[in-house]
Design a protein around this ligand. Structure first.
Ligand SMILES: CC(C)(COP(=O)(O)OP(=O)(O)OC[C@H]1O[C@@H](n2cnc3c(N)ncnc32)[C@H](O)[C@@H]1OP(=O)(O)O)[C@@H](O)C(=O)NCCC(=O)NCCS
Length: 165
């Protein structure tokens, strides 16, 4: 699990992976607005200090290849009870996509969730993030709703998906 000493690495990998994933399908203005507010040192320090949130890095040998963030209780971005755990962020660096690392990291998330005695893992995924939608579907997640995600001035629809443990 990451701690405050990892702040700079988290800021870097959060910005790089978000940019790689969404730059091509969003305006520069909306991307910058979102990244400046969500991936600032202050915002990520707050999130790291939240006892109901945890960040983890994924390493291949000694190289950092991705990261994820989970939320429980009141740290969840929607009002779900303690039987739910949110996988709020899950990102591989682009050169490590498509090599089955996503599935291996998801197994780690499932084990963490089981250890916390929750019944479901849930997440919000952009309706146009076709790769991630396919990945989660293949790994047992099913759609159970939608919510809005505000990216700068763009109000985007996310599919809410969950996995029963
Ligand atoms: C989502 C993610 C963690 C999955 O990990 P991964 O190990 O790369 O898994 P893949 O993306 O290769 O696997 C998903 C499936 O999507 C398919 N896929 C790849 N590119 C695709 C595309 N452009 N459109 C639709 N499907 C695609 C793959 O072929 C694979 O299916 P297959 O096993 O039948 O071949 C990883 O791709 C990632 O970090 N993506 C960017 C960040 C992101 O979108 N995170 C989720 C935010 S909610």
């Amino acid at each position: 699990m990451c701690n405050i000493k990892d702040l700079e690495k988290i800021v870097d990998i959060a910005r790089i992976t978000f940019d790689d994933t969404f730059r091509a399908s969003n305006t520069e203005e909306n991307m910058n607005a979102y990244m400046d507010s969500s991936f600032s040192k202050n915002k990520l320090t707050e999130e790291l200090k939240n006892e109901e949130s945890e960040f983890y890095f994924a390493y291949l040998n000694d190289s950092l290849i991705g990261y994820f963030k989970i939320n429980t209780g009141r740290a969840q971005t929607e009002d779900f009870d303690n039987s739910y755990l949110e996988l709020e962020r899950f990102y591989l660096l682009k050169e490590f996509k498509g090599q089955n690392f996503g599935k291996q990291i998801l197994e780690k998330v499932v084990n963490l969730a089981r250890g916390k005695n929750v019944k479901y893992i849930w997440l919000g995924v952009w309706e146009k993030n076709y790769r991630a939608l396919k990945f989660y579907g293949k790994n047992g997640f099913t759609k159970f709703g939608e919510h809005f995600f505000i990216m700068g001035r763009d109000k985007q629809v996310d599919h809410l998906m969950k996995l029963s443990l």
